[in-house]
Design a binder for this molecule. Structure first.
Ligand SMILES: *Cc1c(COP(=O)(O)O)cnc(C)c1O
Length: 368
């Protein structure tokens, strides 16, 4: 069997470790909605859901298609669809018993019209500052009263989503204090509804606001949005490729498109079997980015191209050759490159790096 050129190894023991760490942070009571949208942040949605099922009260996905994929492996658990469904998707959502997010009484009524026999369950989103979906907080009580009066639906849960949980502690504290007050007012209007607000950052930082459930995503994959909590978590994914070629290159030679990098001296340059089409961000070009070979950090030289890029292996042993393993992020020996470093080199966030892996990357699940 030929080896995979690019491989994302997914460590399921680390997934379980992280779920246990979230449980430990929030205490015994709140339920965990394991967020497995975007194919489990690139780790494989159904496989991740299967491993996290013992820890999760519900699963959170972004789309109807993702809900179907998760349902196929964890039949008994409720699945919350966190992005608004399209009008044409609603009929299947109700028929299949997925729980769709609703941002207005009009949207709630549309689901009520589709209910047959038992009420359609919906999830009411409140906008407390995110500015994306939901009923604006000042209108929340009126909307909840209106929804309570509609026959044919049941508000299974009510939530908000925090815009700056990992970057503005003061805004978030005020937002959560106001949210707690609103929850107390909404509970009698929607008896039985579960309330939740906390993403990964807030689940770790402000678990006292967990209410009935929390909605962690990134933390389950072993990355803390807030560096102080990173020690509690284990990164789940290691992204690997191979050297395809090693060349000795003279001084004054341009490396890659644009000739941004000109060899200042004779160098050994390794070419790798990965490029931006595989999800390694092109924006890392000429930003001091590194990869791991032989447990050592090697600098990327020249621009990232679609299928390949080059690294400086001048200081590595002479026997480094084609076929050798390269780690883009994750650990190799005693060295580690965190996903966050790649994100910083690319000028983006860790969520973006994990969810952009290309179709040529083979995801390999390690269950030890
Ligand atoms: C993606 C998402 C989450 C999870 O966010 P993390 O920062 O990855 O924990 C939670 N809630 C909603 C509504 C989301 O869209």
């Amino acid at each position: 069997m030929s080896p995979h050129r690019c491989r994302a190894e997914v460590d399921h023991a680390a997934l379980r470790h992280n779920a246990a760490a979230v449980r430990n942070a929030i205490g015994k009571e709140p339920g965990i909605i394991a967020v497995v949208k975007a194919d489990g942040y690139g780790h494989g949605g159904p496989e991740v859901a299967r491993t996290l099922a013992p820890f999760a009260e519900q699963f959170g996905v972004a789309t109807l298609g993702e809900a179907r994929a998760v349902r196929a492996v964890v039949a008994g658990k409720d699945i919350l669809i966190l992005s608004p469904c399209l009008p044409g998707e609603r009929e299947e959502v109700v028929r299949e018993g997925f729980i769709p997010v609703v941002s207005s009484t009009a949207e709630a009524k549309a689901y009520a019209h589709l209910s047959q026999g038992k009420p359609a369950r919906i999830h009411l989103a409140i906008d407390t500052g995110m500015g994306r979906i939901g009923v604006w907080q000042d209108d929340a009580i009126k909307a909840a009263q209106a929804i309570a009066a509609i026959g044919g639906i049941e508000a299974e849960s009510v939530s908000t989503h925090l815009p700056v949980a990992d970057s503005d502690a003061e805004f978030t504290a005020q937002e959560l204090a106001a949210w707690d007050k609103l929850v107390a007012q909404l509970r009698p209007i929607l008896p039985g509804a579960k309330f939740h607000a906390l993403n990964s950052a807030a689940s770790l930082e402000s678990p006292q606001h967990a209410a009935d459930r929390v909605r962690p995503g990134l933390a389950l994959y072993g990355i803390s949005p807030l560096p102080v909590f990173q020690k509690l978590l284990k990164p789940v994914m290691t992204l690997k490729t191979h050297i395809t070629l090693v060349r000795d290159v003279g001084p004054g030679r341009g490396i890659s498109y644009g000739r941004d990098f000109i060899t200042p001296k004779p160098m050994r340059i390794a070419t790798l079997a990965i490029g931006y089409a595989d999800g390694y961000p092109r924006q890392t070009s000429n930003r001091g980015a590194q990869v791991l070979i032989r447990d050592r950090r090697c600098p990327i030289v020249g621009r990232i191209t679609m299928d390949q890029f080059m690294v400086d292996v001048t200081d590595l042993p002479r026997d480094v050759a084609a076929g050798e393993e390269v780690v883009l992020f994750g650990t190799q020996g005693d060295e580690e490159i965190a996903v966050g470093e790649v994100a910083a080199w690319a000028g983006t966030i860790t969520w973006d790096i994990l969810t952009r892996l290309g179709k040529r990357v083979v995801v390999e699940h390690v269950h030890s």
